[in-house]
Design a protein around this ligand. Structure first.
Ligand code: HEM
Length: 125
């Protein structure tokens, strides 16, 4: 991903934090996804996700959480769930006027975690 500049264009940590808030509003309004987050401390989750995306966008190495496979192993995430998450993230970025190019760059980065998060499951349903 076009490192530093993408992080800057997204508004650095503050801008990315705002995108993450918008993202989780969309995720929690999605009846298919809300059940995954029922027992999750969303304040903590927003923090994790913000630090993760800061790092993924080429900003400072803030992310210190679990690796993606370990964090999602117990959740039984399917391909369709993963794709819905991606759409909400892309929509949240567009809400903050990210360019198509930047949205594509973030989605491509996120897509690289599909393997570890969805693991070896056949496509759902
Ligand atoms: C699109 C790529 C994704 C990224 C970048 C991502 C990122 C993260 C991060 C950074 C954490 C925190 C890890 C930690 O606690 O150290 C996390 C946890 C979690 N993620 Fe994701 N995630 C993704 C996809 C998904 C999907 C598709 C779902 C479900 C549909 C999901 C549901 C969860 C839940 C429920 C937790 C909390 C687990 C717990 O606290 O037990 N994630 N994710």
């Amino acid at each position: 991903m076009a490192a530093e500049s993408l992080y800057r264009r997204l508004g650095e940590r503050e801008g990315i934090g705002a995108v993450v808030d918008e993202f989780y509003e969309r995720v929690l309004s999605d009846e298919e996804l809300r059940p995954f987050f029922e027992d999750v401390d969303m304040r903590e989750q927003r923090g994790h996700q913000t630090r993760f995306l800061v790092t993924a966008a080429g900003g400072p190495e803030l992310y210190d959480g679990e690796d993606m496979e370990a964090a999602h192993d117990h959740l039984d995430v399917g391909h369709v769930d993963f794709s819905r998450i991606e759409v909400h993230l892309a929509d949240a970025l567009r809400e903050f006027d990210a360019s198509d190019e930047d949205v594509d760059a973030v989605v491509a980065e996120i897509e690289s975690f599909r393997g570890p998060i969805v693991e070896n499951r056949p496509p759902n349903p």
